[in-house]
Design a protein around this ligand. Structure first.
Ligand SMILES: Nc1ncnc2c1ncn2[C@@H]1O[C@H](COP(=O)(O)OP(=O)(O)O)[C@@H](O)[C@H]1O
Ligand SMILES: [Mg+2]
Length: 351
């Protein structure tokens, strides 16, 4: 595991890596304990999945400091669901699996039928649905258009959503479904440092502090940074200065480029027509293409062709990591030296 970027699971070894967020968990538990539906919103990589898994683990262990006695939490993956029916089908499947019953072939095709099925199963034993990473449109259809039907069945929901999807998800009448909302704010630096300490063992404090500051409170970004220098602390000073220089190069392109870089990083790369990217930015595709071109010219993103099924291959853009930026800078320096002294400054990452 170590510095892997996967979400933490509801297991003991993973729970030992889970840091902080106890305030948020306390508030979620209190809301659910009062029978309220709860929405957790946070940036991609802020730790939504890890947080609900930690809550599930603690509940299963009976480790409930507030003693609210929650029903069993059932995990339902939201990502990739295209409609309210998709989401309902996944919920029914999770419930059936928990109850240990084979699903008869073919679930009801209509959302009304699926809700009836869900209601009927929920009556057999108290559970709580954890819908992780609710897609914006499908989530809004479920908790908005079908809100009153959902309200009429005896089942509570804990739902997580990416910040950029939350406005769409909450479009009325879905807003009223979530009586309680919790936001995952950036982690404080000492929590970020603790995340690294638990995964890397002994590492110089100054290094942990700098990584925490580059991570900016987002654990995914933090681990991306740490992975780049894992094991080789001697390179760290150089790395940190490359990271700072990369930030300056981005800043020189302006706020839009910085925002696009942040979103691209958390998506782990995307094409200019990626819906998640367009929604997150609230931009048109041509605008994304334009800013990506500026970033590519400045050596801040790389593009690779991805052939997906039929149609033209897509260009997938990734932000160059600080480590790559460092390498490019070193290469550029070698080239400059090979050319001998020149009067003109080279452009791009060097400076
Ligand atoms: N509280 C935490 N303590 C330790 N590691 C965390 C914590 N929250 C998130 N992480 C790590 O950060 C990364 C992103 O977390 P994840 O739960 O996948 O975020 P999200 O679901 O919001 O995209 C994962 O690698 C996860 O292991
Ligand atoms: Mg997640």
């Amino acid at each position: 595991m170590k510095l892997s970027g996967r979400p933490l699971l509801d297991t003991r070894p993973d729970h030992e890596l889970f840091v902080d967020r106890s305030d948020e968990i306390t508030r979620i538990r209190a809301a659910l304990g009062q029978g309220l539906n709860c929405l957790v919103a946070g940036e991609r990589g802020s730790g939504k999945t890890s947080l609900v898994r930690a809550l599930m683990f603690e509940e299963r262990q009976g480790a409930d400091p507030q003693d609210v006695g929650l029903p069993r939490l059932l995990y339902v993956r939201g990502s990739g669901a295209e409609s309210a029916s998709d989401l309902l089908r996944r919920a029914v499947e999770a419930l059936a699996q928990y109850q240990g019953v084979q699903l008869a072939t073919g679930l009801p095709g209509t959302s009304g039928g699926l809700i009836a099925e869900l209601a009927e199963r929920a009556r057999r034993g108290s559970v709580l649905m954890v819908l992780d990473d609710a897609p914006a449109a499908a989530g809004n259809a479920l908790f908005g258009a079908l809100r009153d039907e959902l309200w009429s069945i005896d089942l509570r929901w804990l739902v997580t959503v990416a910040t950029t999807d939350s406005a769409t998800l909450l479009r009325p009448p879905a807003d009223a479904f979530f009586e309680s909302q919790v936001t995952l704010d950036p982690l404080p630096d000492d929590a970020s440092m603790e995340i690294l300490r638990r995964r890397m063992g002994e590492a110089p404090e100054r290094l942990l502090a700098e990584a925490a500051s580059i991570g900016g409170g987002n654990p995914r970004r933090l681990l991306d940074v740490a992975r780049e220098f894992d094991g080789d602390y001697s390179k760290w000073a150089e790395f940190a200065s490359a990271a700072a220089e990369r930030e300056r190069a981005l800043a020189a392109l302006g706020r839009p480029a910085q925002m696009l870089a942040a979103e691209l990083e958390l998506l782990g790369g995307a094409s200019a027509s990626d819906d998640r990217l367009l929604t997150a930015m609230g931009w048109t595709r041509p605008r994304v293409v334009q800013v990506l071109a500026e970033m590519e010219a400045a050596g801040l993103v790389t593009a690779s062709s991805l052939k997906s099924g039929q149609g033209r291959p897509k260009k997938v853009y990734k932000v160059v990591s600080a480590g790559q930026f460092l390498k490019r800078r070193a290469q550029a320096q070698v080239q400059t030296q090979a050319k001998g002294p020149t009067k003109t400054q080279s452009k791009g990452p060097t400076s």
